[in-house]
Design a protein around this ligand. Structure first.
Ligand code: ADP
Length: 395
């Protein structure tokens, strides 16, 4: 079956058409600037990537262009919509309502809408994408795959905050965690790759990209993760602060004359390694700047590694030990220097890194030595494939 995987943002939409039998990507692309002017990038497998301006006042036009491109006589990869058996939608927040993926019904859409408060930038956009697909592909089954679902197995000791309990009762303020599709896919793959039973291994997944999070996966279940009610908590990220003393907010608000929206903008968009370095949120730029002697770029890189290492230590404690540590996503898969920095804090766990293996990029590989007490690996994540698999399993 061919599955169309849709990741819809407020003004953009990423898509992939995946053949679920071969797991091959037949075509992929991106609609950008929806509601502004509109731009479609489309690439069939083995073909050229092309970008064209297309008027996209709403997501419905964007999806129509995606369908037109996929079924185009020349550059298309299917003859008609009939050859698309299902659509898998990435949905950011499923709150406590969704502990797994679901077939989308009117009831499910209502429940997703009820989580809008928890992800005001993402869930409404995800719903718009679902509505647009339903309009243009009536009768095609659709599945919602949630970023939060995998973490619903966390115990209350891990997901509750030290706040008045009534905020949980009234508003469901708790840790939810994100990147669940990636943490689940990668931790499963580690077990497969090493030939170990998934339900009897302790793995720490370091998903290090522009947004970064860590997850403790014990016997196949997420037992803790570094992102919280929102993706702001945890690691120092590209532009997000991660953990800070909450009292800093009042202090800075008074000094800088900022309101809550202004503060949140600083913490989400002007902080992290970009805020510390004043250089960039991109680790390639930071590495170049640090190599040229930029001290703040060097500081940002070391702070990033140190925070990751602290979380690894706390999750080793949470699981009473750790068997595997795995790096994934843009930084985790490509940046051997950052992996080495992180692992330099982990000698106490008996970790030894094989420098040559760690020098490789973008492939599934064990980067620890045979003597290392914990197996350290790089496993590329593939959220689209994970969504396609979940979709097929449900339809
Ligand atoms: P997201 O999906 O959160 O947008 P990605 O997982 O694609 O992010 O990661 C993007 C980040 O990965 C970039 O900002 C950059 O810091 C980092 N990155 C990508 N390629 C490399 C590389 N070759 N070396 C170092 N860092 C890289």
């Amino acid at each position: 079956m061919n599955v169309l995987v849709i990741n819809c943002g407020s003004s953009s939409l990423k898509f992939q058409l995946i053949n679920s039998d071969t797991e091959a990507v037949l075509a992929k692309g991106l609609c950008e600037r929806i509601g502004i002017d509109g731009r479609l990038t489309y690439q069939p497998a083995g073909g050229e990537k092309k970008t064209e301006d297309k008027a996209m006042p709403t997501h419905t036009e964007a999806i129509q262009f995606v369908i037109d491109a996929l079924t185009d006589a020349e550059r298309g990869v299917v003859k008609s919509l009939e050859e698309i058996g299902a659509v898998g939608h990435r949905v950011v927040h499923g709150g406590e309502k969704f502990a797994s993926s679901v077939v989308i019904t009117e009831e499910v859409k209502k429940a997703i809408e009820e989580c809008n408060d928890l992800a005001p930038l993402h869930n409404p956009a995800n719903l718009i994408g679902i509505d647009a697909c339903e309009k243009l592909m009536p009768g095609t089954p659709m599945v919602a795959v949630f970023d939060t679902a995998f973490h619903q197995t966390m115990p209350d000791t891990a997901y509750m905050y030290g706040l008045p309990y009534e905020y949980y009762d009234k508003y469901k303020v708790r840790r939810y965690g994100f990147h669940g599709t990636s943490h689940s896919f990668v931790s499963k793959r580690v077990a497969e790759f090493l030939g170990k039973p998934y339900d009897a291994t302790r793995t720490i997944v370091c998903h290090l990209g522009n947004g970064s999070s860590i997850c403790a996966v014990k016997n196949g279940k997420s037992v803790d993760t570094s992102m919280g009610l929102t993706p702001l908590e945890g690691l120092v990220m590209g532009t997000r602060s991660g953990d800070i003393d909450p009292a800093i907010m009042e202090f800075i608000a008074k000094k800088e004359g900022l309101d809550i929206a202004g503060l949140m903008n600083v913490l989400n968009k002007k902080s992290g390694v970009e805020g510390v370095s004043g250089v960039s949120s991109d680790f390639r730029d930071l590495a170049n700047a640090a190599a040229e002697g930029n001290k703040r770029a060097e500081l940002a890189l070391e702070m990033f590694a140190y925070r990751v290492a602290k979380y690894v230590g706390s999750y080793a404690a949470a699981m009473n030990g750790v068997d595997n540590i795995v790096f994934t996503a843009g930084i985790g898969e490509n940046d051997g220097q950052t992996r080495a920095r992180i692992c330099s804090y982990l000698g106490y766990l008996g970790i030894e890194i094989d420098a040559e293996a760690n020098g490789k990029r973008g492939e599934e590989i064990v980067i620890s030595t045979p003597d290392s007490k914990v197996t350290v690996l790089v496993i590329p994540t593939n959220e689209e494939l994970a969504i396609a698999r979940e979709t097929v399993a449900l339809v």
